[in-house]
Design a protein around this ligand. Sequence first.
Ligand code: XIL
Length: 672
Amino acid sequence: MNPLKRLGRRRASVLSLLAVAALVTPGAATAAPDGVRASTLGAQAAQSGRYFGTAVAAGRLGDGTYTGILDREFNSVTPENEMKWDTIERSRGSFNFGPGDQIANRAAARGQRLRGHTLVWHQQLPGWVSSIRDANTLRSVMNNHITQVMNHYKGKVHAWDVVNEAFADGGSGQMRSSVFRDVLGTGFIEQAFRTARSADPSAKLCYNDYNIENWSDAKTQGVYRMVRDFKARGVPIDCVGLQSHFGAGGPPAGFQTTLSNFAALGVDVQITELDIAQAPAAAYANTVRACMNVARCTGITVWGIRDSDSWRSGENPLLFDRNGNKKPAYQSTLSALGGSAAAQRTAAPSPRSAAALPSSFRWSSSGALIAPKPDSTHNIAGIKDPSVVHYNGKYHVFASTASSAGYNLVYLSFSDWSQAGSATHHYLDRTAIGAGYRAAPQVFYNTQQRLWYLVYQTGNASYSTNPDISNPNGWSAPRNFYSSMPDIIRQNIGNGYWVDMWVICDSANCYLFSSDDNGHLYRSQTTVGQFPNGFTNTVIAAQDSKFAMFEASNVYKVQGSNQYLLLVEAIGSDGRRYFRSWTASSLAGSWSPLAASESNPFAKSSNVTFPAGTWTRDISHGEMIRAGYDQTLTIPACQLQYLYQGKDPNAGGDYNNLPWRLGLLTQTNSTC
Ligand code: XIL
């Protein structure tokens, strides 16, 4: 973004729209390194925005082999027994959170997500509950249990199994007999979900069961009818957990159908307790693939780490053997998640066709989702230049705040786009990042250093780091990537501005891109090991006329291909902002046009529909919703989404005071 000047008057009469010309970099192209495939289950699942979790037993946390695998492979945990009723409230009104806390606190310290299991279940239920015969007593006991437990774990548990295993096996499709159904009637599930929603409105509320994986089974149909009814009547439910305790044959043939049919009701689906007798590699791969093929299948949990940890240990159903070695099913699971079983370097994927992305795009836009939230010390006119990652069940958005007083940064997080507008804005000028000119943030996680980086412009290219993205006060004071502006930029910048710094790494090198509002995209380079130091060899990576290659460049790795995608913001012949796109087979390679012209743009008002009303004609500085969150900046090849800045088409005046808002584009011509 260009913070210092006004461009509203400029028009494209000076523009060269010869956008189909390839932009060739100086310097030789290098072989495309493979930076995408991860070598652990959690990291690989994260690349598609999913989690890969395991059941954890508090009693095993002293076993170093166990915790070693746990922390290396898994980014989500479910307490195997520690949050069940007979542990937490063994006698009425007396709550024991110790063992649950042990797992919860350990997970939080390591950035692992936590599933809550389970609030209302007929098993592992103390006798004092199952012997209640009075409906009013049982209702208040149930509601109190849900409320106390959810309150205690508020903010720590991202999804709760509110009700577990309430449906009967066999052909009835009805609820099973239990103290809850028998005393409260079948409405107890609805009651439990309503209580749960008011106890913790931000946790996802799941119904969890086994033998609901085969679409045609009466039990599956019974649960499906209940979820459909809940959605139709507005009873709060957010997900269905399919336990997936399979026999050696693995998932039933219609498993993916079941996942997508539930998802089509408007709930997430999760595989919550996966184990498969004898752990055939193909059975695990089929299970994982079904989840990967369903967008709303948000994560997979296996029910234990080593075979010896399993509740079905006689069947050896897990991914690690008794000594903690990876079994064949581990390798097939990792591959099905999109990862490489071997080390990254040896995992050279065959280059897929260059058509991983289409050559033209169509989008549908949301309305303005995020507006500035001025307070007594922040008189802000616009919110701009968003960077976003999806991590730990939340979108984390960093953006510039703009006012006539200048620029700074803001952070907000939310679990769903519908909540973006109500999220709290944390002004980062109150942190060590400090007041003064800071703008155009870019956020990513550096996996080697286990640190989040926020890259931004200050006149130089600057960055701060933070071990915990959700803690706005954790950012370090700004440091600069360069001692001063590189010579090649000084020589080419003319009367432009040095803006929009962008870092992306492959497995060997990190690259720092920047723009000059004067037709040049620059690129510097350092090694992954030296990062964030050592950026040298600054070159012009691409160039065009001033307004045709203006600013706000993004560079991404396209998942499952050897393609990189470059987006650059241009100013159109109508004076409005839009994006052009190019691809390359390596980060230091040449960029070839993809949708790079004003008539075939990557994203412009002409290829965007606005079902909620045309609130902007500018599609300006923003960020793709990535498949992961690390330094490889991997994006999906399908169903792209782009968070951008737009503004009231009639607004004018001081550039710094324009009413920029953030909206979300969703691709409508995805073929996969
Ligand atoms: C099992 C645990 O793994 C065992 O340790 C315990 O003895 C019994 O419960 N469905 C569920 C889980 O929802 O809570 C169960 O866990 C397995 C079946």
